[in-house]
Design a protein. Structure first.
Length: 166
């Protein structure tokens, strides 16, 4: 087991230390700053992304609150519009009902007036017909009674006596 890698000699150790030193010097001079710079940039990018995400989260919360307020306001406006529409429709129905009642009363009154007018007209026509019939009947009776002279004289004297009494 005389493997030089497992039990190295002083020369190998010396050269390994020099190679490690050169490598460490090169890395420290040109590698570490670049690596640290990129790590810092990455850390800053992640931090900025987290801050932007936090800011976006706050903005989303504000937008959600505004949306909730707008939704609440829209619901209130909808309810108000529905309430106004309901009141307007009730008012229109009430107005129509009142107009219909007034119109019905006017129609009933006109019908009553027409009935009274027709009743008076019918009574007038009936009176005229009765008067005409009475005159015709009286005319026929008088003709019959006056056809005989003696009856006619009796009738005239009787009427004269009645006329004086009244």
């Amino acid at each position: 087991m005389n493997n030089p890698l497992v039990s190295p000699g002083i020369g190998v150790i010396f050269w390994m230390i020099i190679a490690f030193g050169i490598l460490a010097f090169i890395l420290m001079k040109w590698g570490w700053p670049v690596i640290l710079k990129s790590l810092n940039e990455r850390e800053k990018a992640i931090s900025d992304a987290l801050n932007a995400a936090e800011e976006t989260k706050k903005q989303m919360a504000q937008l959600q609150a505004k949306n909730d307020d707008l939704l609440k306001e829209a619901k209130q406006q909808r309810d108000e519009i529905l309430r106004n529409a309901r009141l307007t429709s009730e008012q229109i129905i009430e107005d129509a009902r009142a107009k219909a009642t007034v119109e019905a009363d006017r129609i009933v009154e006109n019908a009553r007036e027409n009935i009274n007018y027709e009743k008076l007209k019918a009574m007038h026509d009936l009176k005229n017909q009765i008067a005409t019939l009475s005159i015709e009947i009286a005319e026929k009776l008088i003709k019959e009674e006056l056809s005989d002279k003696e009856k006619a004289n009796d009738l005239v004297s009787r009427e004269l006596q009645n006329a004086k009494l009244n």
